[in-house]
Write a protein that binds this ligand. Structure first.
Ligand SMILES: *[C@@H]1O[C@H](CO)[C@@H](O)[C@H](O)[C@H]1NC(C)=O
Ligand SMILES: *[C@@H]1O[C@H](CO)[C@@H](O)[C@H](O)[C@H]1NC(C)=O
Ligand SMILES: *[C@@H]1O[C@H](CO)[C@@H](O)[C@H](O)[C@H]1NC(C)=O
Ligand SMILES: *[C@@H]1O[C@H](CO)[C@@H](O)[C@H](O)[C@H]1NC(C)=O
Ligand SMILES: *[C@@H]1O[C@H](CO)[C@@H](O)[C@H](O)[C@H]1NC(C)=O
Ligand SMILES: *[C@@H]1O[C@H](CO)[C@@H](O)[C@H](O)[C@H]1NC(C)=O
Length: 641
């Protein structure tokens, strides 16, 4: 007891040293190993590695390779190289061959060694005595999956191998690594970069998808409005980040993704508090992420800007979570030409997520492939109807642009070609619809038009909710911690909150909820959002989301004064609570005033179904990608090579 007391006193006095891991380079590629071992060689003696010159500070790279009597070592190594960007042959210097067979023929270790030695192996360790060579046998305190690791020559402790990638497009707020206890810690490593951070990704070879973990190994970025245990949340605000400090709870929506096997690599940039800032002038607190498409100086859309930019920019990232209240998923999906959705409102809990408006907020997913996107959202959103027997038989084209007005001939061609193939796939013909006129046609003449009734609805719901739920407590907490001072707020959210209070506050909010409900009820009965026993959704409602027009990030605009007003096609899914996904259908040329060359920007459409039909919508997207009606996109300036 006394000794323990003295020790903790000593710790308190002298400070506790916490290892932050180390960075090192192998073949000029930067790696990171955290200070937290995942296993250890039992009864370790340093003589094990005496023939191997360490890299970094007392570290040797090691690859764990599970083997059986049937293993073809050459094809295993080829598979590792193909599947994983972290593994390279430099990790073969030491290999640990692990065999689980205790019966049957022993693995042919001598044969493995001749392949491994010609690939650069200097030391092979095995976990079994079932061999007739001089191979050293070791035991690990914890079994580890295949892949590259780092081992300390001092302690025999084994660390995960992370490859460090630069976040050249400023898509991330912060990199994160596992604390190996179910939580995360900020990545304490950076290599040389102008203004940007690094992101550390673990080897893909550690993970194998299963029925319970269908997303195993998919690398995930999360918009920095979702709280994650061990990390601070910025919400795009420096004040918020420093005031509230390290979060001690992971949002259950994100925990569900971890439970499904997704691997967090960092938090991504967001428009402040998930509002609608534009790059120049509005992004005061943090720098706006860069959209990789075209000339690289187009706005990334928002508010899930970092998540969208990251998926458009980085091959090493598979999935990114964002949120959509009024277009915050769909706009970055359109700007980056990737797959991104808002689900049915309420598809997944948003507890421990910064609110814009709980009446409208949703969590969505970005991916470069429709198949990967569909797999992720179907695993993620529980409780949706899955007993449908066909896809919708009606394709409705709504919103502006289908007549070619406001689009280039090239974009128009892409859009009509896509719709033609889609309708043929669904064995139907598309029908043009006019939502506003349909409203008028189904109501008495004295009822206000949609554009009158819904003009202020979104603006009121978001500005009043966020003022009550985020701004008011933030101002109180910040003031209490800073002698009554106000925190800095970007011009956009500040204008929105002020507008909400100046335009009726809570009283207007009640009216906005009524207006939204009237619209939703109509959309699901007399409108185009009805359900169907066979196809879940009566219709597939298709609208144009981007046509390849420019949105330069250096354009100076009028300062923001109000939330977005008016009614547009993009508001339908928002107010009806219906699932909608933006998908790329091609890219259109433009003459860049930045590069003075022809560049290309994405052309996208939004596909919407009835509320609750999220899984059918995901199946449709995966299916039409399989049929080549949609195509997975690549990273960088062009969608397709
Ligand atoms: C998490 O942090 C909050 C706010 O600081 C605190 O009230 C709560 O007790 C903490 N919970 C845990 C499990 O530490
Ligand atoms: C689609 O339109 C074409 C041309 O008008 C017609 O021949 C065909 O029968 C229609 N198909 C369906 C499924 O309605
Ligand atoms: C929408 O509201 C704004 C602000 O009150 C007003 O200026 C505009 O005329 C309204 N538009 C419609 C269609 O009602
Ligand atoms: C609600 O709808 C009425 C028209 O029916 C409109 O005058 C009013 O501005 C709307 N208010 C909000 C907050 O949506
Ligand atoms: C508005 O409503 C919120 C939430 O119901 C409440 O906390 C707040 O006190 C109300 N504000 C005013 C000015 O009544
Ligand atoms: C699927 O289930 C829903 C409700 O659970 C039901 O209304 C519908 O008729 C079912 N559809 C089919 C095709 O069985």
């Amino acid at each position: 007891m006394l000794l323990l007391g003295l020790l903790s006193l000593a710790a308190a006095v002298s400070g506790v040293a916490v290892p932050n891991g180390q960075t090192l380079s192998l073949d000029d590629i930067p790696y990171y190993l955290s200070g937290i071992p995942v296993s250890k060689i039992e009864g370790y003696k340093s003589s094990v590695f005496e023939s191997i010159p360490p890299v970094g500070m007392g570290i040797v790279p090691m690859t764990i390779i599970p083997v059986t009597a049937a293993t073809d070592m050459e094809s295993v190594l080829g598979d590792y190289t193909r599947r994983d960007d972290v593994y390279r042959s430099a990790f073969l210097r030491v290999v640990h061959l692990t065999s689980q067979d205790t019966k049957g023929p022993a693995p042919p270790f001598a044969k493995f060694l001749s392949v491994l030695e010609s690939a650069g192996n200097e030391l092979a360790l095995v976990n079994t005595r079932r061999h007739n060579s001089k191979l050293a046998t070791i035991r690990l305190s914890e079994d580890l999956p295949s892949g590259p690791y780092f081992v300390s020559v001092h302690s025999g402790e084994i660390y995960r191998a992370y490859r460090l990638y630069p976040d050249d497009n400023l898509a991330f707020i912060q990199g994160a690594v596992s604390d190996e206890k179910g939580g995360f810690q900020p990545l304490p490593a950076v290599t040389e970069n102008a203004m940007t951070k690094d992101v550390a990704v673990p080897s893909r070879l550690y993970y194998t998808p299963t029925v319970a973990k269908p997303l195993a190994g998919l690398r995930l970025g999360v918009k920095d409005i979702f709280h994650i245990h061990g990390l601070k949340t910025s919400g795009g605000s420096r004040s918020y980040y420093s005031l509230y400090g390290v979060q001690n709870i992971t949002a259950p929506s994100i925990q569900r993704l971890f439970d499904l096997g997704a691997v967090l690599v960092g938090k991504t940039g967001t428009v402040q508090f998930a509002n609608g800032d534009r790059p120049t002038a509005d992004w005061v607190d943090f720098h706006c992420p860069f959209n990789p498409r075209g000339d690289g100086y187009q706005a990334p859309g928002g508010s899930s800007s970092g998540s969208g930019a990251a998926i458009g920019s980085y091959e090493w990232l598979d999935l990114a979570v964002g949120s959509d209240t009024g277009g915050s998923m769909r706009s970055p999906a359109a700007s980056q030409g990737i797959f991104g959705n808002r689900p049915s409102t309420g598809a997944i809990t948003l507890d421990h997520v910064l609110p814009l408006s709980p009446a409208l907020d949703t969590a969505g997913m970005f991916a470069r492939s429709g198949t990967v996107w569909a797999r992720a959202v179907q695993a993620w959103y529980p409780h949706f109807r899955q007993n449908y027997t066909s896809f919708p038989r009606k394709v409705l084209l709504g919103g502006p642009g289908w007549d070619g007005i406001g689009t280039t001939a090239e974009a128009h061609q892409l859009l009509t070609t896509f719709v033609g193939k889609l309708a043929r796939f669904l064995r139907t013909n598309e029908t043009h619809v006019d939502v506003a006129r349909h409203w008028d046609d189904t109501h008495p003449a004295n009822i206000p038009s949609l554009s009158e009734m819904l003009n202020l609805t979104y603006a009121t719901l978001t500005s009043v909710d966020q003022y009550n739920l985020l701004a008011t407590p933030l101002f109180a907490d910040y003031g209490a911690a800073h002698g009554g001072r106000r925190p800095f707020i970007n011009p956009g959210p500040l204008a929105r909150w002020k507008w909400g209070q100046a335009n009726g506050g809570n009283a207007s909010y009640e009216v906005a909820v009524q207006n939204m409900t009237i619209f939703r009820d109509w959309w699901e009965t007399a409108g185009y959002g009805g359900s169907n026993a066979a196809s879940c959704s009566e219709n597939l409602f298709v609208s144009i989301y981007s046509v390849g027009s420019t949105d330069y990030r250096d354009a100076y605009l009028e300062p923001p004064t109000t939330p977005p007003l008016g009614f547009s096609t993009g508001r339908i899914a928002v107010l009806a609570g219906a699932p909608e996904v933006v998908v790329p259908v091609g890219e259109a040329a433009y003459e860049s005033r930045i590069t003075m060359q022809t560049e290309y920007l994405p052309v996208t459409v939004a596909l919407q179904m009835a509320r609750g039909c999220d899984h059918v919508l995901a199946d449709l997207v995966a299916e039409i990608e399989k049929k080549d009606i949609l195509r997975a996109v690549q990273i960088g300036p062009r969608l397709y090579s």
